[in-house]
Design a protein around this ligand. Structure first.
Ligand SMILES: [Zn+2]
Ligand SMILES: [Zn+2]
Length: 379
């Protein structure tokens, strides 16, 4: 069960709501839609689950940041390829209801059994424009907690073993009287695990995990663009015992190119050309992603004319061919002229009949919106 609705909308809180607002909105929703208060009401049950899912994300600073950035896909939602129902969503439930969860016959599920999926990790990778064009392979150094070798991950010093928690006698929950109700809470002594470590392992201070750097080789496909991400399944943080690890998301940032602007798979390049070549026609050399190539400028070419070089753009990241390269010519106006050049230009000017300047009628420049749009994208 995963929802596609906006988590903020589900809880009815603004996007900048602080932690306590989120918490109290969730508490209200959870109490209102709890299945035990609405027996047989499927709609209430769905709303209840939806609220729990929304809260699980918005109450977790890291998950919330990922959700704000990537939407449901960033937190294992439907579009990420179906992480599906996450049992840990309900792990916090007993806590937030202050024991009411248990009163309603709702068992927390996740945490007690230790089935807690490992956290996802994010790695921001910067690559050059050229690397994005050709694809590349890179080695990442990922810090991750690994199981401690000394204690085998148990957290107990070698030769000792965890002992039953004396406060909850291994149940992971403590019950107490509140008014005329008996309520249960997660045991504060053992955190709900039911056992405590009597003699902590020296190497990991009883955590069972030690921080290590891992090297991972990642293939970056040709044609990747900024903000696209690669998911490395199972390379996130380790989960609890018997639980799957999280995933590692590599978020790619492609550096700008010196003169190519990118629009999807197409590239754009402005090319200053001198006036005689535009007027008389000629050949100019233009850069491409690989070797420079030559294009023919027809005589009488106007400024802003675009030339399309098919298949000279970026490769499509999904392997669907390549984009095109657009070369837009601009008029190169010389700023330093020799005496001879100046005289020649003056001679030319005298021969040009139309010395009156007329504005171009508005709306005749159909190409401009295209480039305006491109400029928008690249800021
Ligand atoms: Zn250890
Ligand atoms: Zn305990």
């Amino acid at each position: 069960m995963t929802t596609t609705r906006d988590y903020y909308e589900i809880l009815g809180v603004p996007r900048d709501a602080d932690e306590s607002t989120v918490k109290s909105a969730y508490r209200k929703m959870a109490l209102k839609h709890h299945p035990d208060r609405n027996p047989g009401d499927k709609g209430a049950e769905e709303q209840f689950k939806e609220a729990a899912e929304a809260y699980a994300v918005l109450a977790d600073r890291e998950k919330r940041a990922r959700y704000d950035r990537f939407g449901h896909a960033g937190v294992g939602g439907p579009s990420s390829g179906g992480a599906g129902y996450d049992p840990t969503i309900f792990a916090d439930f007993g806590d937030i209801l202050g024991g009411l969860g248990d009163l309603f016959g709702f068992s927390g599920g996740g945490r007690r059994g230790g089935v807690r999926r490992g956290a996802d990790l994010r790695y921001d990778l910067e690559i050059t424009f050229e690397e994005a064009a050709t694809g590349t392979e890179t080695t990442l150094q990922i810090p991750r907690d690994e199981s401690c070798d000394t204690c085998g991950g148990s957290g107990s010093a070698p030769g000792s073993s965890p002992q039953q928690c004396s406060q909850c006698r291994g149940h992971g929950q403590v019950r107490f009287q509140q008014g005329f109700l008996t309520v249960a809470r997660t045991c504060p002594a053992c955190g709900g695990i039911g056992r405590v470590i009597a003699k902590p392992c020296q190497s990991c201070q009883g955590h069972g995990k030690v921080g290590q750097e891992r090297k991972l080789t990642v293939k970056i496909p040709a044609g990747i663009a900024t903000a696209q991400r690669l998911r490395l399944a199972g390379e996130g943080e380790h989960g609890g015992p018997g639980a799957p690890p999280g995933d590692l998301y590599v978020v790619v940032h492609v550096a700008d190119h010196a003169f190519f602007l990118r629009d999807g798979d197409d590239l754009l390049c402005d090319m200053p050309v001198n006036f005689p070549t535009l007027a008389l026609g000629g050949q100019i050399e233009v850069p491409t992603l690989t070797d420079p190539t030559t294009i023919q400028i027809p005589k009488g070419t106007q400024a802003d004319t675009r030339f399309r070089l098919r298949g000279k753009g970026m490769p499509n990241v999904n392997g669907r061919g390549r984009g095109d390269l657009y070369v837009r010519v601009q008029v190169a106006v010389p700023t330093k002229l020799s005496r001879e050049q100046k005289a020649l230009l003056e001679q030319l000017a005298d021969t040009l009949a139309d010395r009156r300047h007329e504005p171009v009628p508005a709306g005749s420049d159909a190409e401009r919106p295209f480039f305006d749009r491109v400029k928008d994208i690249f800021g």
